[in-house]
Write a protein that binds this ligand. Sequence first.
Ligand code: NAD
Length: 498
Amino acid sequence: MTDTRTLRERAAALQPRTELYIDGAFVPAADGRTFETRDPGTGRVIAEIARGGQADIDRAVVAARRAFDSGAWSDATPRERRAVLLALADLIEANGEELALLESLDGGKLYSQTSTEDIPGTAAIFRWYAEALDKVYGEVAPTGGDDLAIVTREPLGVVGAVIPWNYPLEMASWKLAPALAAGNSVVLKPAEETPLTALRLAELATEAGLPQGVLNVVTGYGVEAGQALGRHPDVDSIAFTGSTGVGRMFLEYAGQSNMKQVWLECGGKSANLIFDDVADLDTAIDFAAQGIFSLSGQVCSANSRLLVQRSVYDRVVEGVVARAKALRVGDQFDEQAEMGPLVSATQLGRVSKYVETGRTEATLAAGGTRPDALATELAEGSFLQPTVFTGVDPEATIAVEEIFGPVLAIIPFDTEEEAIALANASEYGLAASVWTDSLRRARRVSRRLQAGTVSVNTVDALDVTVPFGGVRQSGFGRDLSLHALDKFTSLKTTWFAS
Ligand code: NAD
């Protein structure tokens, strides 16, 4: 029978898991406290979620350590681990509609994206690491003589994963898939804005055959659960994705506790460079708009600085402004909407302050306010129109700080040298894009851009087969690809004397 309910009605009918997931079971926080998670489209409370604290992190780490020491997962053969992770990928797909509804409800992401990108993308990550893990070989060192030295990759033990709200399931999978593939136990702390899908994912992992205690999820606030994990003396490594300010704190937590490894993927202020030799400027303009307005600009690698060569500046500005004005902003469950709400009222407030600052620093060419003509039930939603500032001074606040919203700063340049210098004049170095029809220029400029990923004639190039991460204060960890295994394993030398 076809389901005639609307997507919103289907989402409202779900019964999200709301308790901590520790040692294979849902449990309330030790002190019984909870916090609200809200739908950013309507502003309404979805559920009360367990508010984990120090005692809960302690319980989760004890369970994770016990599971690790038992060898049930850490000593399982690569083939056995592969089977469980493949089963998990299948379960993610089988429960895809529920997960997509939860992801959209909790974080305001368009259902048209969560259902076609986030959920299949998450399953694909687990599948990729499941397939990779029994194909990674160790080394035999060329020591000479009859001595034999082997180098093996060993799991670390207990990994703490702390993630943001913009891609809740995908960010979880970027940490969990390689960490689990390598044989570690994990305590995952999702962002307080978006706890729902992580809890369901943990339950599915148990259903797929992951032994109890190998994956634990402690929901709660950063300053409580997140800090307790960062300072925990029995956590071997932290894999963090989030803001640069909080990333810096994790380095301090490690120094003040047990010198655990800390791997950081932090913020960005990515530059998108359009040169005047581009014949197909329309495509460059389309991508420039997509690169900042996709997911309401709440993307770490968002192309928030658009650098345009002066001879094509007016044409590009006109095109980007037209696209910004034409974008349809609406309910995350409206399949015609092209941009949904921001993740929360707090985030809308933060971004709106930047817009106010921008008005004093540059020319507001599009957006800047809440869209009118939204349905009444969205009256309390966190919506903002796609916003474009032109003629921005490279030293203006809106050109320097990460806004993490649908706000674009367009800056003109004259020469290639100037473009490179402007792009690199940032404390961040996560990603950059270059548009040019000259192969020589593409190579020359991309080599000199200080960024973890440079996309040429596209934006935000990303795939599980290539590492993703930054330089400078965008962090130093690398997610995705086989390189991600570096942060979830230690190299061990075993020397057999002759
Ligand atoms: P955030 O730094 O506020 O929070 C990230 C996580 O850290 C959350 O789980 C939060 O609860 C926790 N946290 C917050 N304060 C803490 C504290 N004092 N101690 C311990 N833990 C704490 O970031 P956010 O607002 O959730 O996400 C947006 C940021 O994430 C942006 O800066 C964005 O660029 C970045 N990001 C980076 C990448 C990447 O791969 N480089 C990907 C996505 C998002």
